[in-house]
Design a binder for this molecule. Structure first.
Ligand code: TMP
Length: 247
């Protein structure tokens, strides 16, 4: 395969090959979509902001023992990553009830979830990324029972590390989505991105339910000042170091 060939274009990133077969280049876009791309827009500077936030978080997670696909950033909106075969699951961890959990269960927004909830969604745009049961997931061979256990353990550990880190940033980590992939040695790596596109982040110094939102809900719900919120997350993330936490 020739170098720098476009391999895949997703809603938020374009993936290119490089001259190293085990390395891919992810180009973060300013495009924003919501509700399975029924809503489309642009968030100025988002590509760079999300790339920088994701790079910082991946490095912090690596330092805390989580293997990720991150290598480095050759440009502000570009990330070199290890090539992986993506597991077609969106792993969502929830610390506080919000979003689809409230819509589907009637739980009140803000309900604290102890222990955190881990959910698996089928990564399939045509089907609208449906919520899976563990039995359905195994029936569909989307992961082996061992991989499912591994994903659950990794997701909860990542949650502990991120929750503590964001707390130091003055931000409450409400919920987030992770994707994982297998490298050529079949090691499970954290992949995709972690950013205000893929997390719900609430500003601890705001009590108003709309003003506190620092994530893509500002775009989904037309709350305005989307760029400012993303920039604010970046500034706080860069100003905070993530030390190893217990557990
Ligand atoms: P949800 O409440 O809409 O199910 O979202 C849960 C979390 O997952 C939230 O932090 C946003 C994130 N998410 C994505 O990253 N991509 C998606 O396609 C969806 C639906 C949610």
């Amino acid at each position: 395969m020739s170098a720098h060939q476009k391999l895949y274009e997703g809603k938020a990133k374009i993936i290119y090959s490089t001259d190293e077969p085990e390395v891919l280049l992810a180009n973060f876009k300013d495009d924003a979509t919501a509700f399975n791309a029924k809503k489309r827009g642009t968030i100025a500077g988002k590509g760079e902001i999300n790339c920088k936030i994701a790079a910082h978080l991946f490095q912090m997670l690596e330092a805390n023992g989580i293997p990720t696909h991150f290598i480095d950033c050759p440009a502000p909106n570009q990330m070199r990553v290890r090539a992986v075969r993506i597991v077609p699951l969106e792993v969502v961890v929830r610390n506080i009830a919000a979003g689809s959990l409230c819509q589907q269960t009637g739980l009140e927004v803000g309900t604290v979830l102890k222990p955190p909830l881990v959910e698996f969604y089928y990564k399939n745009d045509e089907l609208g990324d449906p919520l899976l049961t563990r039995d359905r997931l195994l029936l569909m061979s989307l992961a082996t029972p061992e991989q499912l256990e591994q994903l659950q353990t990794m997701a909860l550990r990542i949650n502990e590390i991120l929750k503590e880190f964001f707390h130091k940033c003055g931000i409450t980590l409400v919920d987030f989505k992770l994707e994982f992939g297998l490298d050529q040695q079949q090691h499970m790596l954290l992949a995709d991105e972690i950013s205000p596109d893929t997390c719900r982040l609430w500003n601890d110094s705001e009590s108003d339910p709309d003003r506190r939102v620092m994530d893509k809900d500002r775009f989904r719900r037309d709350l305005g000042q989307v760029e400012d919120a993303y920039q604010q997350v970046l500034e706080r993330v860069l100003a905070t170091t993530g030390n190893v936490v217990g557990g």
